[in-house]
Design a protein around this ligand. Structure first.
Ligand code: NAP
Length: 311
């Protein structure tokens, strides 16, 4: 079984692989080239979906890995599903296309498969990606999300993004886009935190009703980096229920958590730059959880986010 045969349809006629490789790693603490190696190993292991962003500062490595694998004859461009993200400082509509073009230049690719608005709020445009005032407070920017969305639609029409979506949007923000007069394309997906401790039942149901795929980030409970993660919530990978169920199938807690999500129709994008764990996270298509086990895992929901996004 390969991830290729495990895609789910998107509302615009395209489809998305249920499993992708997350690529966020703190650039200060991660050796250069780690992302390049990880993406190449992932592609060899069967991954076809890669989740990245300009603000991860390693998109050049992702692009290089994809291009090397194409040159090797291992894959074709159309086999790969790359998701890129529009950062907060680039919400004004006139900045959207140039920002995506910059990402494409970094990747050295002609298009991304999915381009998403990373967060629903905007920062002041400019060189600083995290603009702050003299008191250390973020400088926000008034923009109209609907106008940003129209610029996203234009990127799809121009063929620079095959599909367009959003991230970290709540129901109200999704409705604002979907009820926009003259809407051309609705968001195909919403990338949000989703895992056994934060199962998002209400948002998941709303998105199901509207044909919006949920892409679950931090599906393993994050790297627990205290600089941006709420570590007062216990480590997901140590959970006794996930570990006990794993034992039954000869699987790890990580594999059980990922399987739980894909079995609910949630796309997962676990990050690993470790060859063994990259391969481990891919081995989730050869077992399935019973209805009772799914319920047991659903009951682990604590309704607490690891990623509080206090900005
Ligand atoms: P995650 O995927 O839940 O967890 C990553 C951590 O788990 C890393 O420390 C990784 O270490 C470790 N790990 C990986 N596989 C493992 C396994 N089998 N067993 C035990 N530990 C394992 O966390 P995340 O990076 O926060 O989320 C995943 C991706 O979602 C990101 O990389 C990014 O692409 C995306 N994301 C998006 C947003 C957004 O706002 N849209 C926010 C957060 C994340 P090793 O690398 O050493 O294996």
């Amino acid at each position: 079984l390969t991830a290729e045969s495990h895609r789910i349809p998107l509302s615009d006629g395209n489809s998305i692989p249920l499993l992708g490789l997350g690529t966020y790693a703190d650039p200060q603490k991660t050796p250069k080239g780690s992302c390049l190696e990880a993406v190449k190993i992932a592609i060899d292991a069967g991954y076809r979906h890669i989740d990245g962003a300009f603000v991860y500062f390693n998109e050049h490595e992702v692009g290089q890995a994809i291009r090397e694998k194409i040159a090797e004859g291992k894959i074709k461009r159309e086999d790969i599903f790359y998701c890129g993200k529009l950062w907060n400082t680039c919400h004004p509509p006139e900045l959207v296309r140039p920002t995506l073009e910059k990402t494409l230049k970094i990747l050295q690719l002609d298009y991304v498969d999915l381009y998403i608005i990373e967060l629903p709020m905007a920062f002041k445009p400019g060189e600083a990606l995290y603009p702050k005032d003299e008191n250390g407070k973020f400088i926000y920017h008034e923009t109209d999300l609907c106008a940003t969305w129209e610029a996203m639609e234009a990127c799809k029409d121009a063929g620079l993004a095959k599909s367009i979506g959003v991230s970290n949007f709540n129901r109200r923000q999704l409705e604002m886009i979907m009820n926009k007069p003259g809407l051309k394309y609705k968001p195909v997906s919403n990338q949000v935190e989703c895992h056994p401790y934060f199962t998002q039942p209400k948002l998941l149901e709303f998105c199901r009703q509207h044909d919006i795929v949920i892409v679950g980030y931090s599906p393993l409970g994050t790297s627990r980096d205290e600089s941006w993660v709420n570590v007062s919530s216990p480590p997901l990978m140590k959970d006794p229920v996930l570990n006990a169920i794993g034992k039954k199938y000869n699987k790890t807690a990580a594999q059980v958590a990922l399987r739980f999500s894909i079995q609910r129709g949630v796309v997962v994008i676990p990050k690993s730059f470790n060859p063994q764990r990259i391969r481990e996270n891919f081995q989730i298509f050869d077992f399935s959880l019973t209805e009772k086990e799914m319920k047991e895992i659903e009951a682990l929901n604590k309704n607490v986010r690891y990623v509080e996004l206090l900005m």
